[in-house]
Design a binder for this molecule. Sequence first.
Ligand code: B16
Ligand code: MG
Length: 214
Amino acid sequence: MKLVAVIFDLDGVIVSTDEFHYLAWKQLAEEEALFFDYQMNQRLLGVSRMESLAIILENSSKEYSFTEKEALAQRKNQYYKRLIERLSPRDILPGVNAFLAKLRKQGMKMAIGSSSKNCPLILEKIGLADAFPVVVDGNQITNSKPDPEVFLTAAARLAIAPENCLVIEDAKAGVTAALAGNMKVLGVGAAATDERATWRAADLTEVDLQSIIF
Ligand code: B16
Ligand code: MG
């Protein structure tokens, strides 16, 4: 089995937007008197906006209509967008740029597979809008992680078989998605302790590319 393509998750792998998602949900939860803590936030990693909201509303005694839920999600996104306004290339996570350069040198194919609908805006802000020939994000998929759709779509657009793809993920839902898509996974950040991952590393500075590709 030869790895010829790498599909990167965005939030938590390329750039650390997790804290901004957390702060935006926290503001919404406080305004709506909903319970929300760090542990609950861990369950939101890699999960779509509406599914994240469903998790936050799990313990609520109030019934929200679909329209109300859409308004809540939209409000959270306004808070989030205000926070990511200040993102810049300086926010690219440690080791990412060097890792991308090595992959390019090896002739590896590269794609983004993210649940985020803000993906194009974030890539633009961090100066990586042209770095990936294929970008599949929350705007283009029906089923969000842990469903493999985002990664399978990226592999299909790269014209590479799933078993020849490596996914780099920071979220449990993303690791599940990659494995369900029959891909290899490198778990980083929050997924660095996920035993299901094929390889694990705290961040991309620690990864020995040669030992993974060959
Ligand atoms: P948005 P990833 C995911 O991005 C985040 O990890 C997750 O926390 C967020 O809820 C989801 O994107 C949707 O984001 O509200 O911007 O559409 O990790 O898959 O790149
Ligand atoms: Mg992520």
